[in-house]
Ligand binder design. Structure first.
Ligand SMILES: Cc1cc2nc3c(=O)[nH]c(=O)nc-3n(C[C@H](O)[C@H](O)[C@H](O)COP(=O)(O)O)c2cc1C
Ligand code: SF4
Length: 432
């Protein structure tokens, strides 16, 4: 299958000056922001709603619909979520580093659409270079009069502040991020009442959107809704950034339409498996997502609905590919260890359960697993996410706890034999 060049570009193929204002303006940059100054909130919200743009931060919620929910009280705030800490996710990093003016333009459009005069870009602490690039782009936009008092010669004022996080995954969850911005502990808030669109930053109405979500906006306004929709699948419009990592020949960020199959993504686009090994399993949407296997999912079209029907999610587009030499117990243990480490500790099932899962997996991997450990893994998981259903049933304030259950569900469903061999043979059967 061939794809239009525009949407198969690897982001590393971008020109080396793609982050500069000169390059951005030479390719039509800030045209959409300029035009949006003359538009009303209703016009902008309707346009983005009709474009079908879904949030790219993981939950895939309609961006236009979210904006329409913003409570009328003012001031209201915009918070750009650039925390990007999910294992396997690295798309926002390249957008921040290589196309920061595109994000600044998206911020201006979103601010006007939501009558916001102050926006915050919350960048994860481990991203100093992306943060510097965004700060520089913001400084340049101020110098040109695109930000600050009376943007583009209008009477609209807009200030943008970059804030560096301190390196906690949980601060990517929107209410924990808001807490962190306020100088509080990075702990998720209860919803209700703390839906950001109603009670957000400083208890004011707040829009929280992902970097990639906002980076789509200039293109929607410039190209028009039909043309933007035409780039993607009917239900998942526009293009989507897939961050492919693991045992493929050509890992990287790829901008693609939905609707292609996993076979096409892994073998045609990412070059297939390294060292000509066989594909064993892959994570379709970041560490929180249940895994897929070749026998059941290779020919499945990559859409939000098809992935959900198959019991997983596309999340923020992080595809982690594992070959036949991968020990699934070790892979699951590594992911669960991450969630146990990042748990904020407010909810008992998450605080205790993630650590217990980590200990059981570590024991099995070390060759000290007991016959009962297989069922114990499922029992502990069931206490974190009742019924082990998809989407998970919540016993916790936020979805981090249930996320730790995804690798357990995956390996117990598809790789029971490999787990039991670890237990019976006293260790990993695969070469180290
Ligand atoms: C544990 C956890 C971590 C998250 N991390 C991120 C993140 O790093 N970046 C992000 O944009 N959204 C993240 N989210 C989703 C946000 O809460 C929120 O839904 C998103 O920023 C909304 O933006 P969008 O509608 O544009 O996708 C996370 C959610 C959870 C539960
Ligand atoms: S689920 Fe985990 S990370 Fe989320 S609020 Fe509860 S303890 Fe914190």
């Amino acid at each position: 299958m061939t794809y239009p060049l525009l949407v198969t570009k690897r982001m590393t193929d971008f020109p080396s000056d793609s982050h500069t204002l000169e390059r951005y303006e030479a390719t039509g940059g800030y045209k959409a922001a300029r035009a949006s100054v003359g538009m009303t909130r209703d016009q902008l919200v309707e346009a983005i709603k009709n474009s079908g743009l879904l949030g790219r931060g993981g939950a895939a919620f309609s961006a236009g619909l979210k904006w329409s929910f913003l409570a009328p009280a003012r001031p209201a705030y915009l918070v750009v979520n650039a925390d990007e800490s999910e294992p396997g996710t690295f798309k926002d990093r390249q957008l921040l580093e290589r196309d920061p003016h595109q994000l600044v333009e998206g911020i201006i459009i979103t601010a006007i659409a939501n009558e916001v005069h102050r926006a915050f870009v919350y960048v994860r602490g481990e991203y100093p270079k992306p943060a510097r690039r965004v700060q520089k782009a913001i400084d340049e936009a101020y110098a040109e009069g695109y930000l600050g008092k009376g943007i583009f010669g209008s009477s609209y004022d807009l200030d943008v502040v970059v804030h560096l996080g301190a390196g906690a995954y949980i601060c990517g969850e929107e209410t924990a991020l808001i807490n962190s911005l306020e100088g509080l502990r990075g702990e998720p808030r209860l919803k209700p009442p703390y839906f950001p669109a109603a009670v957000g930053l400083y208890n004011k109405p707040t829009i929280v959107n992902n970097v990639e979500t906002l980076s789509n906006l200039p293109h929607i306004l410039n190209q028009g809704i039909d043309s933007y929709k035409g780039l993607g699948h009917e239900a998942d419009t526009g293009t989507f950034l897939f961050s492919i990592s693991g045992h493929v020949k050509k890992p990287g960020n790829y901008e693609l339409p939905h609707g292609i199959t996993w076979n096409e993504l892994i073998f045609d686009i990412a070059g297939g498996m390294r060292r000509e090994r066989r594909l064993k399993t892959w994570i379709p949407g970041g560490a929180s997502a249940p895994w897929f296997v070749p026998s059941d999912h290779l020919e499945l079209p990559i859409t939000k609905d098809d992935t959900a029907k198959a019991g997983s999610m596309l999340g923020s587009g992080a595809v982690v590919v594992m070959d036949e030499a991968t020990c699934v117990v070790r892979a699951a243990e590594r992911i669960v260890r991450f969630f146990a480490h990042e748990s904020c500790g407010q909810c008992t099932p998450c605080r205790e359960g993630t650590s217990w899962l980590e200990m059981i997996l570590r024991r099995i991997e070390a060759g000290q697993g007991r016959e009962v450990d297989f069922d114990l893994l499922l029992d502990v998981s069931d206490n974190i996410s009742i019924g082990l259903a998809w989407p998970p049933r919540m016993t916790t304030i936020c979805p981090l706890g249930p996320s730790a259950v995804s690798p357990i569900i995956s390996i117990t469903k598809y790789f029971k034999g490999e787990i039991m061999t670890h237990i019976h043979d006293g260790g990993c059967p695969l070469p180290a």
